[in-house]
Write a protein that binds this ligand. Structure first.
Ligand SMILES: Cc1cc2nc3c(=O)[nH]c(=O)nc-3n(C[C@H](O)[C@H](O)[C@H](O)COP(=O)(O)O)c2cc1C
Length: 222
């Protein structure tokens, strides 16, 4: 698979087949992803790749919390600014309309939206997950390094025939994840990532992108 195909075939998959992911491709992916760049090569990511009984336990505990109406864990970082300005606000609501529209959920049915979103905490049926932490003392450039690392992981997963969904939603249940993984003090859970083979019977529409001119400026003359 060439790089363009890896990039364009990666998408947030939210329905995974009930088919285990062997350890070998995951080790290949994580070994290669270690070559992701980072400022001064400090490699600020801490990733846990979780399968089998520990992942089942995380899902079980998260499911129990949801069923009991347990509130989300207090945020350790702001996922979005309180007021999202234009054009990000419109892009975000466009995404929500597409995602929930595809499931037949109208805009005003917040309860149904929440029910659909709760599949996050079952990893959309994925048999493997990655939980990515970053040191609390590191700053924005290092969070950006972590993003590059995660994208590298997701592209390499495509080369193994695997799909993924990055999930900040897991930060909302970060205590549940920590109960099972016991990460060292001082790490912040940035996000989880569901990993597995796609369940092609689950319809997931391709998202669009802003026209190139909205996000890129070519400067090639005076
Ligand atoms: C850092 C990050 C966090 C995300 N968190 C979630 C999430 O919690 N749940 C979810 O379903 N999708 C999540 N997504 C997926 C985005 O919604 C998705 O990448 C975006 O809509 C573009 O669609 P595409 O990835 O299919 O191209 C996240 C993506 C990123 C990069």
């Amino acid at each position: 698979m060439d790089v363009y195909e890896a990039v364009t075939s990666r998408r947030a998959v939210r329905g995974f087949a009930d088919r285990p992911v062997p350890r070998e491709p995951l080790e290949r992916v994580l070994s290669a992803a270690a070559w992701a760049p980072s400022g001064s090569n400090i490699q600020p990511w801490h990733a846990y790749v979780v399968t089998g009984a520990p992942l089942a336990e995380i899902k079980k505990r998260a499911g129990r919390r949801l069923a009991e109406g347990d509130p989300w864990d207090e945020p350790e970082y702001e996922q979005y600014p309180a007021v999202l300005k234009s054009p990000y606000r419109e892009r975000r609501s466009g995404f929500g309309e597409q995602r929930y529209g595809a499931l037949g959920i109208p805009r005003e049915d917040l309860e149904a939206r929440q029910r659909a979103a709760s599949a996050n905490w079952q990893c959309f049926g994925a048999p493997a997950a990655l939980f990515c932490y970053v040191d609390r003392d590191l700053g924005r450039p290092q969070w950006s390094d972590v993003g590059m690392y995660l994208q590298t992981v997701m592209l390499l997963l495509r080369a193994e025939g695997l799909h993924s969904c990055p999930q900040m939603a897991w930060a909302k249940f970060r205590r549940t994840v920590a109960e099972v993984l016991s990460p060292p003090d001082g790490l912040v859970l940035f996000c989880g990532m569901s990993i597995g083979y796609e369940d092609v019977s689950v319809h997931s529409p391709r998202t669009g992108r802003a026209p190139l001119g909205e996000t890129v400026t070519f400067v090639d003359g005076l």
